[in-house]
Design a binder for this molecule. Structure first.
Ligand SMILES: [Zn+2]
Length: 300
């Protein structure tokens, strides 16, 4: 049965919240609230995309999968964005695999309707700043994976993921982390141990908790700060994140270009760790492993 989203839910995705009221009224009949379980594959490279997804509390990873089944994450998408941008670029199929990294809710829309909508210049212009930030994230991820050590990559990945959650915890297996970073599981284990010994994270029973975020930011490479800056430019200057170290972000020189409607409320403040908050149960991990196996992902 179709679950219609409420107005507050709709506004939790920043792109949808940025719509003009008449555009939003046109979209509402086509938006459906769905719950996305950990590990669910929303689209595959080269496959016809039937829906686009605007995450609310869910986080979706975009993965590039090689012929031998190994893969690496190239970007994460949360409530600031949309999954299915190939349609904006004129493609009918996905350019990457999109897989749910953190269980939660999203708004779903039929691809055909979205394709028609991005034909309107106003809607297209709403998407362009987000596309720019996403390209920045993909570029930095590619360079980071080649030039920075694994524990720095892990810091970047944890911070980018945490920026898109409502808490300071992620339900995550080491196999899934290895898949995301495109490395062997043993490497991720070693990197996570280093961060735990440094008092930056706690990792137990498939749950990662960030206990020292400023420390994690200091430990991360330049890539996290650069990507964060690209996304901060989607916000007005007074809502932008202030880094505690060399990644200090200046007020965006382009903030005056951001439509007023894009100036959605900031992400909720960090909250205590509750797996219930994320709509996740540890038991789902078994399902995620099975889903990964079906999807042919590298197990690490
Ligand atoms: Zn890096």
């Amino acid at each position: 049965m179709r679950t219609s989203p409420t107005t507050p839910e709709v506004r939790q995705n920043r792109l949808v919240a940025a719509l003009r009221s008449d555009d939003l009224q046109r979209w509402l009949p086509y938006l459906e609230r769905v719950n996305l379980p950990l590990g669910k594959v929303l689209s595959e490279e080269g496959a016809i995309t039937h829906y686009v997804y605007f995450p609310i509390t869910a986080i979706v990873a975009k993965l590039h999968v090689m012929e031998n089944g190994s893969s690496a994450e190239i970007a994460v998408v949360g409530c600031e964005g949309v999954v299915g941008l190939s349609l904006v670029m004129g493609g009918a199929s996905g350019a990457t695999r999109a897989m749910v990294l953190c269980a939660g809710s999203a708004l779903r829309m039929p691809s055909d309707f979205f394709r028609t909508e991005v034909g309107h210049l106003r809607i297209l212009h709403l998407m362009l700043p987000y596309i720019h930030a996403l390209i920045s994230q993909m570029s930095h991820t590619a360079a980071c994976n080649r030039h920075h050590v694994l524990d720095q990559q892990l810091c970047r990945w944890l911070l980018l993921s945490m920026d898109r959650t409502q808490g300071n915890c992620l339900v995550m297996t080491q196999e899934l982390m290895a898949t995301m970073l495109g490395v062997r599981r043993e490497g991720v284990t070693e990197a996570a141990m280093k961060l735990q010994k440094a008092g930056l994270i706690r990792y137990a029973r498939g749950l990662i908790e960030i206990v020292d975020r400023p420390g994690l930011e200091r430990r991360a490479c330049e890539c996290y700060g650069a990507v964060r800056k690209a996304y901060d430019q989607l916000r007005p200057a007074d809502e932008q994140h202030t880094f505690n170290h060399r990644h200090a972000v200046a007020a965006s020189p382009r903030s005056h270009l951001v439509p007023t409607s894009l100036r959605a409320p900031p992400l909720p403040p960090m909250m205590e760790c509750h797996t219930d908050l994320l709509g996740i149960e540890l038991a789902q991990l078994a399902g995620a492993r099975a889903a990964n196996g079906r999807a042919g992902l590298k197990g690490g």
